[in-house]
Design a protein around this ligand. Structure first.
Ligand code: GLA
Length: 390
């Protein structure tokens, strides 16, 4: 297999100035919590995007997506969202650099970029964030922008909002950039402080079951959940004006202000807020389990998270529910839940190493039987975040 550098040379006939690798992520617990100012617990994984870049002098960006066999060339001036989504992940961060940093240097002369990866797209493993972070990290090195990883994460998030149209939180970009081998990262999405936690999985493995479906409504429903949560906070503020975010809120206040409201829109808002407050509480307890090395207790909380995401937050789907239900009674599976934005993508499972093969085989057969779709199974290792390739 050709390296990203060799691909670049083949396409552009000169040696790239540098190459970068940026990983996808898992999230252990704290789902749909990043944009609600809570704590999340992601980690970077051994699936990644690679880019190789070189400078141009004619003011265009020449982009080659190797896996898709597509090439797009556009002027760097006046960047606007593009009809081809992968292009937006690249030009979105370029626009951030140009606009938000008032960058006066030679980035405006354009650049060449080759991109490839092995993160399945639409699986909820943040391939788009990995692209954004790889490109931004590469530009940061190439043009000496001196951005910190956190600044890059925030810029990549804005790119996703403005060019890709998803009002995502910070978790994916943060995790891709900040990942460390065998460590999960507890990120406080309000203060942006973070702490690394060694993931001592011992006799367990993290296994992802990919439904291989992605519902078209994923991004619109995602944006709707965000609005519903904001609406909930506003309603609670009518009674408790000092409450600014979910961090100031407890379950009694949710019950008092939002429950028993039969209007169907408000009933949904109640459910969403109840989930968020419960999940925030769960994350705090789960981190204690992790610190104490009690993976069984941690795993139980993952099942509860799934229940909340499915019944209250309503971002699951029958295939995800099926996969979680299928392992729930299995004594070798200590935790499982849907992961990421939802409406398809993967479940994350903590499974006893010795049982992984048998369980994966059985679940894949049942899934195929029920949905007439193959299940993809990924064994996941926790790896370093975005870095230069030699
Ligand atoms: C997507 C978003 C993240 C986060 C998760 C849900 O991956 O990009 O910001 O909100 O969904 O936890």
């Amino acid at each position: 297999m050709l390296t990203i550098r060799s691909h670049f040379f083949k396409h552009f006939n000169y040696t790239p100035m540098l190459a970068v690798q940026s990983p996808g992520r898992i999230n252990l617990i704290g789902e749909h919590i990043d944009y609600n100012h809570g704590f999340v617990l992601p980690a970077a994984i051994d699936k990644y995007i690679q880019v190789a870049v070189g400078k141009r002098s004619d003011g265009v960006i020449h982009m080659v997506a190797l896996d898709l066999g597509e090439t797009i060339v556009i002027p760097i001036e006046n960047l606007k969202p593009h009809p081809t989504q992968w292009v937006n992940y690249i030009i979105g961060v370029v626009d951030e650099v140009l606009e938000k940093t008032n960058y006066p240097g030679d980035l405006v002369q354009g650049f060449d970029i080759c991109i490839q990866g092995n993160i399945p797209s639409g699986a909820g493993l943040s391939s788009s964030a990995a692209v954004e972070c790889a490109v931004l990290f590469a530009l940061n090195e190439l043009y000496g922008l001196q951005l910190t990883k956190m600044e890059m994460a925030l810029m990549a998030q804005k790119a996703e909002h403005q060019f890709a149209g998803v009002k995502c939180g910070l978790m994916d970009m943060f995790a891709s950039l900040h990942g460390q081998k065998n460590k999960a990262i507890l990120l406080d999405c309000a203060s942006l402080a973070y702490t690394y936690y060694p993931l001592a999985l011992n006799e367990y493995s993290i296994i992802l079951f990919d439904t291989q479906i992605k519902h078209a409504l994923a991004s619109s429903e995602y944006n709707t959940r965000r609005l519903e949560c904001e609406a909930g906070i506003k309603m609670i503020q009518e009674k408790y004006p000092s409450i600014k975010t979910f961090r100031d809120l407890n379950i009694e206040q949710v019950e008092e202000c939002l429950a028993f409201n039969n209007n169907s829109i408000n009933a949904k808002i109640y459910q969403r807020c109840k989930y968020v407050v419960e999940e925030m509480e769960r994350v705090q307890l789960a981190v204690k389990d992790l610190a104490a090395g009690d993976m069984e207790a941690f795993g139980k909380k993952m099942f509860s998270t799934h229940e909340g995401l499915s019944k209250l937050y309503e971002v699951s789907c029958p295939e995800l529910d099926f996969l979680v239900e299928a392992v729930k009674q299995n004594e070798n599976v200590i935790g499982a839940r849907m992961m990421g934005g939802g409406f398809g993508g993967c479940t994350i499972n903590i499974i006893k190493k010795s049982a992984v093969d048998a369980i994966s085989k059985e679940i894949a057969a049942n899934y195929l039987n029920k949905y007439n779709k193959p299940l993809a199974v990924y064994r996941t290792n926790i790896e370093a975040g975005t870095h230069l390739l030699p």
